[in-house]
Design a protein around this ligand. Sequence first.
Ligand code: ATP
Length: 337
Amino acid sequence: MILSVLVRAISGTIPSSTAPRQRTKTEGNVIEVHDLKKYYDPNIKAVDGISFSIKAGRVFSLLGANGAGKTTTVEILEGLRDPTSGSAKIFGEDIAKEYDHIRRRVGILPQNFEPFDMLKPWEAVVYWANLFKTPITKKQAEDLLARVGLSHRKDVISKGLSGGEKRKLGIALSLVNDPELLFLDEPTTGLDPKARRDLWAVIEEIKKRGTTVVLTTHYLDEAEKLSDDVAIMNKGKIIATGSPDELIGKYGKGTKIVLVGAGYETLNEVKRRGMDGIKENGNVLVPVASPADMRKTFAKLSSLETPFKDMYTRRQTLEDVFLNLVGSKMEEGALKA
Ligand code: ATP
């Protein structure tokens, strides 16, 4: 199924000549989406009137729990689904009219991609490049595998690769046409923390080369680490957009200083010095009103003589922003009651 989706994604990309495509320098907005809707039926409003734009060379993350509408959105942008209404432009071209032009400049890693079990990774890359009629040599395929950190596994039959290695191979395949825009649909779902971090390094390297990346994920730490811009989706709608720092500034609840293991005696002393404080999980938390107040607050706290074990600052994260906006935490993609 996934293979057929990918083949559909590249069909029409195949140029008649075998000469490598010249990469055009992309500037301005790579993607512009206006009031996009996808109703699978009147009751399933998967995408319900979203608008956003993505600037060239940025990593843009669509965040949301299972069923929020992320995959439907990217599949419309990948030319795999037709919207119910609304419009989207990629590289300035309307996707409803011009997708063949767009396809050759786009790379796709679909959700849960399982690459060619019986081929070695380098063979899979050469085969995939041939499908694009942009043949590459074994050496060029190996260079691509090196980019994604798979050199040491290039000669293993792919079914023997770990989950993380399979995703890396999927990314190598998505790069064979040197795309200016790359869609990565939940590239790290189900991977262990080390494999996730390895993939983050791959994505950062891709970004350094100027490729625009659209990432869907339900890992908020991943989005915070990798993204320049984020859109949070909930029930088919975008409920917030901005850089991770902007969202944390706007929807977070500020930085707190944590006095670890502090009791009521310390809490009382904090209040006596004119600061707010609350007890939480065996600690005392002291809110810092603004970054400019940080030093002053530390100075006041450093004179405390009541017992506590440690003192550190706790900045709000995208995780907190999500909780504040959606009213529920997300765990493995599902909202936690
Ligand atoms: P996940 O993180 O689980 O991939 P998502 O945010 O990508 O979720 P979508 O897969 O876009 O969300 O699904 C949005 C909604 O549309 C869900 O309610 C889903 O059940 C529904 N949906 C998705 N594909 C179809 C389909 N082909 N037919 C009917 N309903 C669908």
